[in-house]
Design a protein around this ligand. Structure first.
Ligand code: SF4
Ligand code: SF4
Length: 411
């Protein structure tokens, strides 16, 4: 029997969750390529043509920009390597003061462990309303990781960086989430699960997230991941994420804990189902993409795009760094209409998650369904049209063979 206190807390969680579902479509998330400078040579990098160029927006330009931007919730740093921008804490402070951001995604390749730790501490102290998700990019165990990232010793430096932020993790509790981002590619898909267990058992992290390689990477051969292995991999990944969810919400009362775990695991499994369907058979998303309406990408030099996969809509320097003028421009309005007409789709996690926030269907139907179906990866029930065609072709033309690997992802 649940106590009255537990019932009240569960009802409050449920109310907060339901109240958060219906959102007005306005700017919610900004992806900011804070610098073009990078000290790695990742073969998975989709931004390699833009790296180590001149023309980063200056701190003064960013000040003007933030003063003309509305309040929004999520700031996702990108680059280049964010820790190489010495004024990074000042930049985050500008977004915090002028745009009241609540959540900062701070990705790093971990090659500057002391700077990553010191910047994180400073940003937590200086921005009391901010939750920071500090994410290290790790693509395999030592040899594989260093080979993919093109930097000998990178894996050991990341391990050091993760150990160095443990005191901060203990001190700041839920205001600091430390995680790992793994990009799944042809060279690491067999090592992803051992890698995940290696970190899970050491209890140094709050989450481990997985993306399929995307865009136009430096080494295009890395995009050829066999779809059949991907299904098995996602099946294992669900269990990893259930383990992180169990840890993250272990102090909540049982029903609130169940709800939070359902949302956490269901959301991540929903994005994996979308990525899998898109990657293996070019299926579109079960919700509209809100890129350009609720999210925007600002490049290191002020170029601005609806999403990372579409072309530039201009440069904010041509608008005198007046974001409002760009936001109200015909060119942005046309891009939003064009995205609706194109009905394009991709595997990009930031836009999947952002679009999900503005879709009642995704939140009320797809996320709970993805939770209920989290262990159904071994049974090819989704994406159904291709799976059905493959099954019926196989039964007509025995002997059985594995599904053909995709020639390339559809990004
Ligand atoms: S993926 Fe990130 S760390 Fe790697 S080369 Fe590209 S910008 Fe640098
Ligand atoms: S579906 Fe993907 S490619 Fe199309 S607009 Fe959205 S994020 Fe960009």
């Amino acid at each position: 029997m649940m106590s009255a206190k537990a019932t009240k807390s569960t009802a409050a969680e449920l109310y907060r969750f339901l109240a958060s579902l219906k959102r007005e479509e306005r700017l919610y998330e900004v992806i900011f390529f804070v610098t073009s400078v990078c000290n790695a040579k990742c073969r998975t990098c989709f931004y390699w043509k833009e790296l180590n160029r001149s023309g980063d927006l200056s701190l003064d330009e960013i000040k003007t920009l933030t003063r003309t931007m509305p309040s929004f919730h999520h700031l996702i740093l990108s680059g280049g390597e964010p820790t190489l921008r010495r004024d990074l804490p000042e930049i985050v402070r500008l977004f915090s003061v002028n745009n009241h951001i609540r959540f900062l995604n701070f990705p790093t390749n971990g090659l500057k462990p002391i700077i990553a730790r010191d910047f994180t501490r400073r940003m937590l102290v200086e921005n009391p309303q901010l939750t920071i998700s500090l994410n290290f990019s790790v693509d395999g165990l030592a040899q594989t990781h260093d080979r993919i990232r093109g930097v000998p010793g990178n894996f050991h430096r990341i391990e050091r960086a993760i150990e160095m932020v443990q005191p901060l993790r203990r001190e700041w509790g839920k205001r600091l989430w430390v995680g790992i981002n793994t990009t799944i590619c042809r060279e690491n898909y067999r090592e992803v699960v051992p890698l995940a267990h290696y970190f899970l058992e050491r209890e140094l992290l709050d989450g481990h997230y997985f993306q399929i390689i995307r865009g136009d990477p430096l080494d295009p051969g890395l995009k050829k991941i066999p779809g059949s292995h991907l299904r098995e991999l996602y099946s294992d990944i669900v269990r990893i994420q259930e383990a992180y969810a169990a840890r993250a919400f272990q102090d909540d009362d049982p029903r609130a804990r169940w709800l939070k775990r359902m949302i956490y695991v269901g959301t991540l499994n929903f994005h994996h189902r979308i990525q899998f369907a898109n990657y293996t058979c070019g299926a579109s998303w079960p919700m509209p993409c809100t890129a350009g309406q609720t999210s925007i990408v600002i490049d290191y030099n002020g170029d601005v795009r609806a999403c990372e996969l579409r072309g530039s809509l201009g440069n904010l320097r041509d608008y005198d760094l007046d974001f409002r003028a760009f936001w109200q421009s015909v060119v942005r309005a046309r891009e939003v209409e064009q995205i609706e007409r194109d009905r394009c789709f991709c595997t990009h996690v930031c836009f999947i998650h952002d679009s999900m926030r503005f879709s009642l269907r995704a939140q009320l139907l797809e996320v709970p369904k993805s939770y209920m179906m989290r262990h159904a990866w071994q049974r090819p029930r989704w994406p159904s049209p291709l799976a059905r065609r493959q099954r019926s072709a196989r039964s007509r033309h025995a002997p059985l063979s594995a599904p053909a690997p995709p020639t390339s992802p559809s990004e």
